[in-house]
Design a binder for this molecule. Structure first.
Ligand SMILES: *[C@@H]1O[C@H](CO)[C@@H](O)[C@H](O)[C@H]1NC(C)=O
Ligand SMILES: *[C@@H]1O[C@H](CO)[C@@H](O)[C@H](O)[C@H]1NC(C)=O
Ligand SMILES: *[C@@H]1O[C@H](CO)[C@@H](O)[C@H](O)[C@H]1NC(C)=O
Length: 370
């Protein structure tokens, strides 16, 4: 029964090879091994050097929340095989907050299983169940298709091809298009511990921003002189125009970091990340201005819900929502989105303007989400 014994035999024979003969020095992507598992049908065993290559044309892919994405991964053998081999594929994942966490380098963090497949059988895990499949449009195509992307699906995905005793892998980073916004509590500044900040972002249909997301937002001009929690448990703030009270004028522009803070005891604001929303955010046309209670009811009787802050930011950034009318939002804040800055609509840059949290009896318009 050569086909059963050979994997073991291969190891034994392999170990008996003199040093340096089996491995090709300097060869990084792929492995080289002496394969004896393909008998010639006469019970004879032969050696042939076969190399497994696993590749992805992209190291990072950007997608839209609620949509689908394909993370490319292909493998092939060199030289090409005559007979198909039993190859296993495993996709696993490091969430974005772990990838960028300075305290727990990604190399040591444990990856979470997404899917394992062998032949036509496969199994998916956790929150990926029912949402993932392999593309398989060609021989060796092990690209992962993820549907109904969640805001927290971002991170580093690993495509690992396992052939007998050896395996080879590549990684692909998944990013979601979205927007980072600073968020503070109705109860005042620097109110949230880490869990509170996580919850606050979630309540606004967003998630705590990762370091990479805040960094990108800073590159795009975000300047905010209040420190907020990030998904990795650090506290930072982005400064594009150095000034006193924000790290000082002598410090170069950049992210100012307090590093890891105590997740229960220390209190700050939050940086949230809102990815695109499936529905529509709109300013409700209503004959009169509304207090907060009336605003909630007005959206409800229009067959929708009062919009959350993350939804307003996403609509502003990704769908160009522009409206020079202040409106209530679900957290009792009042804001309005401006993409084309103009007179009487706030500062000279585009942005979501905020009136903070006015008393709920004051009258404004309202933004609804449907
Ligand atoms: C990600 O979000 C989904 C819902 O959007 C939730 O079911 C899942 O538990 C979350 N996963 C993690 C790791 O937070
Ligand atoms: C409710 O929404 C519809 C669109 O679906 C709109 O035509 C209508 O004017 C809205 N009602 C109010 C009271 O604004
Ligand atoms: C808003 O106005 C309604 C009357 O239209 C009143 O019953 C309600 O108490 C008011 N709510 C607030 C928060 O002032």
């Amino acid at each position: 029964m050569p086909s059963l014994l050979c994997p073991l035999l291969a190891v034994c024979l392999y170990l008996q090879l003199p040093d340096g003969q089996a491995w090709i020095p300097g060869y990084s992507n792929g492995f080289h091994y002496q394969d004896i598992s393909n008998g010639n049908g006469n019970g004879e065993i032969y050696f042939n050097g076969v190399r497994l290559h696993v590749e992805s044309p992209k190291t990072s892919v950007s997608a839209t929340r609620g949509g689908s994405v394909t993370l490319p991964c292909h493998y092939h053998y060199e030289p090409e095989l005559q007979a198909p081999r039993k190859t296993r594929v495993k996709w696993s994942w490091l969430p974005a907050n772990i990838v960028s966490a300075p305290a727990s380098p990604a190399a040591f963090a444990k990856e979470t299983d997404v899917m394992v497949a062998m032949g036509n059988r496969y199994r998916s895990f956790g929150s990926f169940q029912g949402r993932v499949r392999l593309r398989r449009t060609a021989q060796g195509d092990m690209s992962l298709v993820i549907n109904e992307l969640h805001v927290n699906d971002t991170g580093r995905y690993r495509c690992e091809v396992i052939d007998g005793l050896e395996d080879e892998s590549v990684t692909v980073d998944l990013e979601l298009r979205g927007v980072v916004f600073p968020y503070y509590s109705q109860k005042g500044r620097y109110h949230y511990n880490f869990l509170g900040a996580q919850q606050a972002c979630q309540d606004q249909d967003a998630a705590l921003a990762t370091f990479d997301q805040l960094y990108t937002a800073w590159e795009e001009g975000l300047d905010w002189c209040n420190a907020g929690w990030l998904a990795d448990g650090t506290v930072q703030y982005p400064i594009t125009v150095p000034r006193d009270g924000c790290g000082g004028v002598d410090l170069a522009p950049g992210l100012r970091s307090y590093g890891q803070r105590h997740r229960l005891l220390h209190r700050y604001d939050a940086f949230c990340f809102a990815a695109s929303v499936k529905g529509d955010v709109y300013f409700l046309k209503h004959p009169t201005r509304l207090n907060f209670t009336e605003a909630v009811e007005a959206c409800a009787s229009n067959g929708s819900q009062i919009a959350k802050v993350g939804q307003l930011y996403a609509a502003w950034m990704l769908m160009g929502l522009d409206r020079c009318d202040a409106g209530w939002l679900a957290d009792r804040s009042v804001r309005y989105p401006i993409t084309k800055a103009r007179a009487n609509c706030g500062p000279l840059e585009p942005g979501v303007r905020s009136f903070g949290f006015p008393p709920p009896y004051q009258k404004f318009g309202v933004y609804c989400y449907r």
